[in-house]
Design a binder for this molecule. Structure first.
Ligand code: ADP
Length: 336
């Protein structure tokens, strides 16, 4: 029998959901036995069986067994298809949620500072009121703060998009951790100015392979949170412990800690918890997790028994390269 004819038989089996072909009364001239794969939602395909010894194989009992087998197969295939469809639906819901969160982040969180900037600028500009120098300075300070906040938000959104699309190319090189920590502390100097800050980072530790710019970003996000979510003036500690395999960096504070059960979720995109007076869009920790994971590390949070949170992350250790100044230190600075 030609292939075209066999396909014709298979099509008939599919359309009629009935067994046909060799060994049956329907189209017995076919080269094989064709069994429909029928699941509760309908026919999924056809199973063709071409036995070496048709006479022995194609007796009613065997055909019945094959039909049972085909049914089981069809059910299993349908379950797999349903699971995949369910997953796709879940992905759709998730991306819809993301789109809404992103939209609200961009619209609400950018509009608020923009309105504040516009208000302050127009007060200064219109000159209707003769502000005393102190009030003038306050207005200018508020413009500066709002601009910095917007800059950070836009940066975070860009980082997240680039991380997710895989567009971030790691520029890993062995770096002295204390320098990256130092750079992050300098950038947050103003926010940390009313805080007792303790750092315990060994200066004679091995160099750690990392993308300095990205790890600095992680430290800034963690340190910034340690100032945002804790009472003014409370201490912030930063420490690093080295062992053979990795370095563990910890940022600790004396704030309220993380509500039990939320320890994982706070690392999700756009997830926020706690009192909503603090500004933010819930991207900082998601970026930290993304960056740490592309480095092959892990990030998590622990609540301190005597109050406060400790955010810890690990970075895999290098193979003990000699400590020399990185040649492209300038290049690193140039990427800031
Ligand atoms: P954002 O600061 O924009 O809300 P993050 O991703 O940085 O976004 O943080 C997510 C949530 O985790 C915050 O809304 C906050 O409730 C909680 N959080 C982060 N850091 C701390 C901290 N040091 N202490 C208490 N809660 C924190």
């Amino acid at each position: 029998m030609s292939d075209a004819k066999n396909i014709g038989v298979a099509q008939w089996v599919f359309d009629h959901a009935q067994t046909a072909g060799m060994g049956t009364d329907n189209l017995p001239g076919a080269d094989a036995l064709f069994l429909p794969l029928v699941a509760p939602r309908g026919a999924l395909g056809v199973l063709a069986v071409r036995p070496d010894r048709p006479r022995e194989m194609l007796v009613p009992d065997q055909i019945h067994l094959l039909e049972t087998f085909a049914n089981l197969m069809a059910n299993a295939i349908e379950r797999a298809v349903l699971a995949e469809e369910g997953q796709q639906a879940q992905v759709m819901i998730e991306s819809e949620r993301m789109r809404n969160a992103l939209l609200s982040a961009v619209s609400h969180d950018l509009r608020t500072p923009l309105a504040a900037i516009a208000g302050a600028v127009s007060s200064l500009f219109e000159g209707k009121v003769d502000f005393d120098p102190k009030t003038r300075k306050q207005l200018i300070q508020s413009i500066y703060d709002e601009v910095m906040w917007m800059d950070r938000l836009v940066n975070n959104l860009l980082y997240m998009t680039r991380l997710e699309s895989g567009a971030i190319q790691l520029r890993k090189e062995p770096l002295p951790l204390e320098e990256v920590v130092g750079a992050a502390l300098v950038r947050l100097e103003k926010k940390l100015s009313d805080r007792p800050v303790t750092t315990q980072v060994p200066t004679d530790a091995p160099l750690v392979p990392m993308d300095g710019v990205l790890i600095e970003e992680v430290l800034i996000n963690l340190l910034e949170n340690a100032t945002k979510y804790t009472p003014p003036g409370s201490p912030v500690e930063l420490s690093a412990e080295f062992d053979k395999e990795q370095v563990t960096i910890s940022v600790s504070d004396r704030g309220p800690g993380i509500p039990p059960g939320e320890e994982q979720r706070i690392f999700d995109k756009f997830y926020r918890t706690g009192p909503k007076r603090t500004r933010g869009v819930g991207l900082g920790l998601a970026i930290c997790r993304g960056v740490v994971e592309v480095h092959g590390g892990r990030i998590w949070v622990e609540n301190r028994p005597d109050g406060g949170a400790i955010f810890r992350f690990t970075l895999p250790a290098g193979s003990e390269p000699p400590r020399v100044e990185p040649e492209n230190a300038e290049d690193q600075a140039g990427r800031r």
